[in-house]
Design a binder for this molecule. Structure first.
Ligand SMILES: N[C@@H](CCC[C@H](N)C(=O)O)C(=O)O
Length: 257
C-alpha cells in the first residue's frame, strides 16, 4: 500500500510527517521508519513524526529518530507538527497536544511557531560541560572555534563515551557571540551525525548559558547551521519554567511512497 507523507523542516532539522489519525501506520516496523528517513533509498529526514488523535488534547505526537527507533522529545519536530495540525485544519492559532514528555502548549502565526517546553529543575555542572534534560538529554560544552570542529567525530566520542554509553545523549557545542546570542552545532543521538539544528538542544544551551552565568538575559538567540531560533524562560530558584522555543516551521513538499 502507498504511504502518503508530508515533509517539514524547522531551521533545517527535517521530518517526514504522517497523518496517522486512522492508525494505519505500523509503529513497530523499525526498518520501515529507517528506510523512509534514509536520504539515498527513501525520502530522507532526521526523524519521522506521526500525528494521532487524542481524547483530551488536540492531537498526539509520536516521534522516531532516523535510526527507526521511537525516541524522547523533539523540539523542532514539535514546532513542525503544530504547523502540520494547522495545515490539516485540526487547530487554528493555539493548541495543546501530548508528546512523550507530557503536554505542550503552542501558538502559530503564519510559519512561525512558539512551543512551550517542559520545566527544567535539574542541571548538572561538570568541569568541561553541563548536562540537562529538556525533553531529551543534552550535553552542552563551550568551544572557542565551532567551525574548526569535526562535530560527527567529537560528538560521537562523547555520545558513546562515559557516562552516557549505549543510551547516549545529544551533544551541543556552543560559542558565545554576545550577551544574548550564541552559536550552536549539535550532534544528534539517533541520527548519529550533526543535524542543522536541534530544538531541545538550543533550549538546553539557552538554560545552560544562563546557569553558567554566561548571560543574564531571558530571551536568547541561538544561531544554528540551519537558521536562528529563540528561547525565552523564567528562572526561579535553581530551576527554569515558562520555557518557549520559537522559530519557523515550514512544509516543504507532499508525496507518496
Ligand atoms: N531534533 C530534536 C531532538 C530529537 C531527539 C534526539 N535525537 C534524541 O534522541 O534525543 C529536537 O529538535 O529537539
Amino acid at each position: 500500500m502507498k504511504q502518503t507523507f508530508y515533509k517539514y523542516q524547522g531551521t533545517g532539522n527535517d521530518f517526514v510527517m504522517i497523518d496517522n489519525r486512522h492508525l494505519t501506520f505500523d509503529k513497530n516496523d523499525t526498518n520501515y521508519v529507517k528506510f523512509l528517513c534514509n536520504r539515498r533509498f527513501g525520502i530522507g529526514a532526521d526523524g519521522l513524526i506521526l500525528l494521532e488523535r487524542h481524547n483530551d488534547f488536540d492531537f498526539k505526537m509520536v516521534y522516531y529518530n532516523a535510526d527507526g527507533n521511537e525516541s524522547s522529545m523533539c523540539g523542532n519536530g514539535g514546532r513542525c507538527i503544530v504547523a502540520f495540525a494547522k495545515f490539516l485544519g485540526i487547530i487554528e492559532k493555539t493548541t495543546t497536544f501530548e508528546a512523550i514528555d507530557g503536554t505542550h502548549h503552542a501558538k502559530i502565526e503564519a510559519d512561525h511557531v512558539q512551543l512551550q517546553m517542559q520545566n527544567v529543575s535539574t542541571i548538572e555542572k561538570f568541569d568541561s560541560h553541563v548536562f540537562l534534560n529538556t525533553g531529551s538529554p543534552h550535553h552542552v560544552q563551550m568551544e572557542s572555534d565551532l567551525q574548526a570542529l569535526n562535530i560527527k567525530e567529537s560528538g560521537s566520542n562523547i555520545r558513546y563515551g562515559s557516562p552516557y554509553h549505549q543510551s547516549g545523549t545529544n551533544v551541543n557545542f556552543v560559542s558565545k557571540i554576545s550577551d544574548d546570542k550564541f552559536s550552536v552545532r549539535t550532534y544528534e543521538r539517533g541520527v548519529e551525525d550533526e543535524t542543522l539544528s536541534c530544538g531541545t538542544g538550543v533550549t538546553a544551551v539557552a538554560l545552560a548559558m544562563n546557569y553558567l552565568g554566561e548571560t543574564d538575559k531571558n530571551l536568547i538567540s541561538l544561531n544554528t547551521e540551519g537558521g536562528e531560533l529563540k528561547v525565552t524562560f523564567k528562572k526561579k530558584g535553581g530551576g527554569y519554567s515558562d520555557i518557549w522555543l520559537i522559530g519557523p516551521a515550514i512544509q516543504v513538499f507532499k508525496g507518496t511512497i
